[in-house]
Design a protein around this ligand. Structure first.
Ligand code: PLP
Length: 375
């Protein structure tokens, strides 16, 4: 198998699994329990929290362990709405469904929303976010990097605007966390998922700036200082800390390796296959993602033909897979419907090789030719 869908999920690192194993086997206690088995888990969770805080550059009590990016986004957005009871939300139109759907849920409860579109290059402009703000704006969400195009967003500038206006700013860092530092000095809320950087699924963190007023989403026991009920996922949390530590330690090396692979692949696709277009400004993207449109093809058909050859790619976000409508991200960048429907996302990771990129290019040529010529 050639796996070029690392933006959807990544393979668990062996070292991460090794660190998690004791908490799946012998140290299986409940971190909330008063006895030694519980304390062993509570200590591991506490050490993981300290590690993430020190790598991220925030305080340990600003880190909340949650199930991943979806829960982080829901908690921040709905938690701010629950605090204010009414008001206006500003979101980029390219947010992940965990934010946009949460906002639409809140609209049903009476909150107003303004969606800010990106420019043709895939990046939202801070001045347009500012223009969208109102007296009653309480929340703003702009992701650090988009999951479909990889385009990096100006979260630092937007965060400064939000701070001046007293608006809670949430930066979804699910895609960027492996590749860039977290914007802890500019965002009030930050979320990430461990499985995007070779960690376990169903685990991640929400970092909330001290003093921010966010009502809890999940009520229950006193876990996560009463903010998030539910038995603590000790193994997932230990795995999250080890995976994040490894991602930070190898960031420069992995970024350079992945970028080289991705750039080489993109250059050959654009040169060797006619009617191909890269979506999103290349100089603004994460090193890992290439979103390419193929004239005269449906992206889904390319995906299926590549899959037959054992190559895994995607058309847009994994959670929107199977959706009949074209990508909201691409259409809001100004791509026509046909152009958007003809796109394929290739997302590289540290385990991919040049030989895999070359093999993918060959299969891609075959697939595009087959579709265009109805063979
Ligand atoms: N935000 C972004 C930008 C994502 O790409 C994803 C998942 O792909 C999520 C949030 C949700 O993460 P999870 O499915 O791990 O909850």
């Amino acid at each position: 198998m050639i796996y070029l869908d690392n933006a959807a999920s990544t393979q668990l690192d062996e070292e991460v699994l090794t660190a998690m194993m004791p908490y799946l086997k012998e140290n299986f206690g409940n971190a909330q329990s008063q006895h030694s088995a519980g304390r062993a888990c509570a200590n591991a969770v506490s050490a993981a929290r300290d590690k993430i805080a020190s790598l991220a550059g925030c305080a340990a009590d600003e880190v909340y362990f949650i199930s991943g990016g979806t829960e982080a986004g829901n908690t921040a957005l709905k938690g701010v709405c629950a605090t204010h009871r009414k008001g206006h939300l500003v979101l980029s139109s390219i947010e992940h469904a965990s934010l946009s759907e949460s906002a639409l849920d809140m609209k049903k409860l009476g909150f107003d929303i303004t969606f800010v579109e990106p420019e043709k290059d895939g990046a939202v402009r801070a001045e347009n976010v500012l223009k969208a703000m109102r007296e009653d704006t309480i929340f703003c969400a702009v992701m650090a990097a988009n999951n479909e195009t990889g385009v990096i967003q100006p979260v630092e500038e937007i965060g400064k605007i939000c701070r001046e206006k007293g608006v809670f700013f949430y930066a979804d860092c699910v895609q960027s966390a492996a590749y860039m530092p977290l914007p802890v000095n500019y965002a009030d809320g930050i979320g990430f998922s461990s499985h995007k950087f070779y960690g376990p699924k169903g685990a991640g963190a929400l970092i909330l700036k001290k003093g921010s007023k966010v009502f809890r989403l999940i009520s229950g026991g006193m876990q996560e200082r009463g903010f998030r009920g539910g038995t603590v996922n000790t193994a997932g949390i230990v795995g999250t800390a080890v995976a994040y530590e490894r991602a930070c330690a190898s960031r420069n090396e992995v970024n350079a390796y992945v970028k080289d692979l991705r750039d080489g692949f993109v250059a050959r696709v654009l040169k060797e296959i006619d009617g191909t277009h890269l979506n999103g400004a290349p100089e603004k993207t994460l090193p890992s993602i290439a979103n390419i449109s193929f004239e005269g093809c449906d992206g889904e058909n390319i995906l299926f033909l590549l899959d037959l050859k054992g190559i895994c790619v995607s058309t847009g976000a994994a959670c929107a897979a199977g959706a009949a409508s074209p990508s909201e991200t691409l259409t809001s960048m100004g791509c026509g419907l046909k152009h958007a429907k003809s796109s394929v996302r290739f997302s590289f990771g540290k385990h991919n090789t040049k030989a895999e990129a070359d093999e993918t290019l060959n299969c891609l040529k075959f697939a595009v030719d087959k579709i265009r010529n109805n063979r």
